[in-house]
Design a protein around this ligand. Structure first.
Ligand code: SAM
Length: 304
């Protein structure tokens, strides 16, 4: 009896070992297939987009569009971050610095106020705001860790780490409480995000009532002659030159197509208003190559 019991137990143990080994073999096989057939960098980005989206709900995290489009944009900025500032200034002949300065100059916030700089990238605008407004503090937010890492280096070098805090996050789901900021800025970021209404809604949520918003974005000049010359440069020279400089084959093609896809100024103005803002004006710079949209969060009674 004892013997048959112990034989039964050993048989059971052997069976368990076989099942365990089979499961292990399947797992190893699946893992090697994934490793051999996946580009590790792209896997990393897919995972990071997935997990940064996860807290906002499984549906959002698993939605294909919510993953694929931002993933491509994020991957693009991750790969061009190493020389983003140089590419910008070289290809715009230094105009980008002038445009950010103009935006920073127009920022007006109450003393001690905090500005949220969305799509802050390498923190150029955040730094410009702090140098124009000695009292201001800025929270920068971006979803590209490499762009932020370059920004962080600049903050340390300029001694601004105490006034500017950089956060990793998605502009479509801001990790901030409602009514937290006196002002919000976004330079050359909104064009990269399909879900503009979500971003505008989130900015509206985190701004205090009467808080101000400045959005700067590219456009094409509507001057009949200069506009055509600019389009020649922007559509045919900039993409290959920029792609070569950024060592990608798509970054500046994306810039060109995203600018053409972006709505005209009056339509974008209506989108801003639909999110609960009062649009105060649109400033055109360099014949309209860059435009600053200025708006204020309306009181609930004023909202359209
Ligand atoms: C053209 S860069 C502009 C950077 C900076 N504002 C400037 O003036 O140079 C666009 C930035 O938007 C960021 N971005 C794009 N989509 C985003 C999103 N959904 N959430 C947060 N950042 C985003 C990119 O990572 C990139 O750093």
């Amino acid at each position: 009896m004892d013997q048959s019991l112990s034989r039964c137990a050993s048989l059971h143990l052997a069976l368990q070992c076989i099942i365990l080994l089979a499961a292990l073999a399947i797992a190893v096989r699946a893992l090697t297939t994934i490793i051999l057939h996946t580009d590790p960098i792209s896997l990393y980005f897919k995972c990071s987009v997935y997990f940064s989206a996860y807290p906002y709900g499984l549906h959002y995290a698993l939605s294909r569009d919510a993953i694929v489009e931002p993933y491509k944009v994020k991957q693009m900025f991750e790969s061009i971050a190493f020389s983003y500032d140089f590419q910008n200034s070289f290809l715009s002949l230094g105009q980008d610095i002038r445009w950010r300065r103009a935006l920073a100059r127009s920022v007006t916030i109450p003393q001690g106020g905090i500005v949220l700089d969305l799509a802050t990238g390498t923190a150029e605008l955040a730094i410009e705001i702090c140098s124009r407004h000695p009292e201001a503090r800025v929270i920068g937010l971006d979803f590209s860790p490499r762009m932020l890492a370059i920004g962080q280096k600049k903050l340390r070098a300029k001694g601004l780490s105490g006034r500017i805090a950089l956060n990793l996050g998605d502009a479509r789901r801001l990790p901030f409480r409602a009514e937290s900021f006196e002002g919000a800025t976004m330079a050359f970021g909104i064009r990269n995000i399909e879900e503009r209404h979500e971003v505008l809604g989130e900015i509206h949520r985190v701004l205090k009532t009467r808080g101000s918003l400045w959005i700067m974005e590219f456009d094409c000049p509507d001057h009949p002659v200069l506009g055509r010359l600019y389009r020649l440069y922007f559509d045919h020279i900039l993409p290959p030159l920029g792609n070569w400089l950024s060592r990608t084959d798509y970054a500046y093609t994306h810039l060109m197509t995203s600018v053409h896809r972006f709505p005209p100024e009056d339509e974008f103005g209506r989108e801003i208003a639909a999110a609960g803002f009062r649009v105060l004006g649109i400033r055109r710079m360099s014949l309209g190559i860059a435009k600053i949209y200025r708006a204020v969060k309306a009181c609930p009674s004023e909202a359209v």
